[in-house]
Design a protein around this ligand. Sequence first.
Ligand SMILES: *[C@@H]1O[C@H](CO)[C@@H](O)[C@H](O)[C@H]1NC(C)=O
Ligand SMILES: *[C@@H]1O[C@H](CO)[C@@H](O)[C@H](O)[C@H]1NC(C)=O
Ligand SMILES: *[C@@H]1O[C@H](CO)[C@@H](O)[C@H](O)[C@H]1NC(C)=O
Ligand SMILES: *[C@@H]1O[C@H](CO)[C@@H](O)[C@H](O)[C@H]1NC(C)=O
Ligand SMILES: *[C@@H]1O[C@H](CO)[C@@H](O)[C@H](O)[C@H]1NC(C)=O
Ligand SMILES: *[C@@H]1O[C@H](CO)[C@@H](O)[C@H](O)[C@H]1NC(C)=O
Ligand SMILES: *[C@@H]1O[C@H](CO)[C@@H](O)[C@H](O)[C@H]1NC(C)=O
Length: 508
Amino acid sequence: MTTKPAASHLLLSTPRRPPPPPPTSRLLLHLSFFLLHLHCFTSALPHQLSRGFSAHPSSNPPPPLSSSSSLSFQPILDDPTGNFSLGFLLLPSPPALLHLAVVHLPSALPVWRAAPAASARWSDSASLSFNGSLIFSDRTGAVLWSAGGSPAGDRLVLLNSSNLQIQKLSGSIVWQSFDSPFDTLVQGQNLTSSATLFSADRRYSMRLGTNYVALYMAAGTNTVMYWQVTALEERAEIVKGAGPIYARVDPLGFLGLYQNETARVHVMAFDTFNRGIPGFRRLTLETDGNLRAYYWNAYSWVPDFTAISDVCELPAHCGAYGVCTMAKGDCGCLDEDRTGDGCLPSDAGNLCGGKFWELRRTGVELPYKDLLVSQKVGSREECESGCQRNCSCWGALYNNATGNCYRMDFPVETLLATGDRHRVGYFKVRNARSGKEGKKEPLVGLVAVLVVGLPVFAGVAMFGAYRMWEYRRRAGGALMEEGISPGSYKEFKNSSSFREIELSGSGR
Ligand SMILES: *[C@@H]1O[C@H](CO)[C@@H](O)[C@H](O)[C@H]1NC(C)=O
Ligand SMILES: *[C@@H]1O[C@H](CO)[C@@H](O)[C@H](O)[C@H]1NC(C)=O
Ligand SMILES: *[C@@H]1O[C@H](CO)[C@@H](O)[C@H](O)[C@H]1NC(C)=O
Ligand SMILES: *[C@@H]1O[C@H](CO)[C@@H](O)[C@H](O)[C@H]1NC(C)=O
Ligand SMILES: *[C@@H]1O[C@H](CO)[C@@H](O)[C@H](O)[C@H]1NC(C)=O
Ligand SMILES: *[C@@H]1O[C@H](CO)[C@@H](O)[C@H](O)[C@H]1NC(C)=O
Ligand SMILES: *[C@@H]1O[C@H](CO)[C@@H](O)[C@H](O)[C@H]1NC(C)=O
């Protein structure tokens, strides 16, 4: 890893340039420039920064961190081991945005990022400054993100654990990045009940409850719990009123749940639990909704724990109204008229005041059905009608063998195909877009295209004809291609009615 040369990109803000020195001191100046460069290439970045510090991104983003990574990173502050750096990160995912991040340099992996609103275009007038608070501003000077506050800190320190701290001179901690996790918990980092771990796209989250840790999916404006581990309380019991529990990845290879340091209430063991693996560990909530643990073996991150082992059990593996076939992981659609990527569009909110049509499918279930509201009912009809009448219900799953009825109070995502004929699913689909009734829509769409489109076409044609006439009049009849405006087709393509036709056309 050659990260040190990047240090020369670091532009510390300096006072206005001094006047040119007299010729006698030129040699000295050259010498000091040489030494400065040498310094930049040989010594590490600082491990701590004092009040008054500020840094700017270089005018061009530095080259990618490694051949296998597309991240550009400009370090500002190193930890004492040189394993971690705080700096400006350019994430390539479109649009490429500037973030503030702590990166594990050997793997080019960001282990912490400032909250997602804290991103901007890469610009050398963006800045990170420390005046007691840490302040990340965009090129206009607008504050994107800040940390600390009162009391004001005296120094910014990056610890060898990857924890970024604002400290007082006394060593007391004013703020630490460990308390505001992004998508990763590293070993030794506490996840408290007041913090949330999010996937990088913010769709999934991990939070603690009174006696459990759980994963949630955002489905429209709702959230649904799809994975939960309840504390076994083997070594210690959770005492009511003795404070909330917290979680921490242990170097021995487990996620521990604690009520206090002496009261460990649960051990969620990783594969290498207690096998003496010295590697640095992390737990990451990934963008597929899975929670995975890894350890660093000096070359790569070795997977060590996966919360959900079958992809079909991921809550959105096949998208909205999708069906996943167990073991094979193949995706299909709940609506058997549709296949592949053309399932029904995802929805949000509830159906109160809106119209819907109904879809039934035998042999499907939700892997996390036991986390849903359920009740015993006498028949499938009873299960369905309870959902049908309630506009915050999007679907119901009935098990004919047990009489259990599970209610889905969130927009329909991926279901699991089990082939079990006892299980029947009932789902609502909003009327607005193409669907069963929507099969008439192509006609409606066509009418819309004609109604909206004809005048446009007529206008374009008349304009074209006018231009042609004008040109012919001036240039004596030579043909001009410009008259046929390409904009007219584009306008059509962008109109929603046209898209609807394309959608229903490709959805088959
Ligand atoms: C640091 O700067 C911010 C933004 O300019 C300001 O709001 C804050 O009061 C400053 N803090 C101190 C301790 O000067
Ligand atoms: C990290 O720092 C702590 C205390 O500052 C120290 O005890 C520990 O040995 C360090 N770990 C590594 C890997 O340098
Ligand atoms: C984690 O929480 C425990 C108990 O509150 C505390 O003693 C410890 O210092 C915390 N660790 C970090 C890194 O904040
Ligand atoms: C930790 O919690 C247990 C109850 O689970 C309690 O008995 C014990 O006194 C607590 N210890 C401390 C140091 O608070
Ligand atoms: C940190 O650096 C040391 C030595 O350079 C290395 O042995 C260790 O694996 C590194 N740790 C991490 C987490 O990268
Ligand atoms: C509809 O379902 C929601 C969510 O389960 C529930 O809170 C509400 O009471 C139900 N409304 C009726 C009228 O049953
Ligand atoms: C449900 O169970 C009843 C009796 O066990 C059976 O007659 C019926 O066909 C089953 N329906 C379905 C959809 O499996």
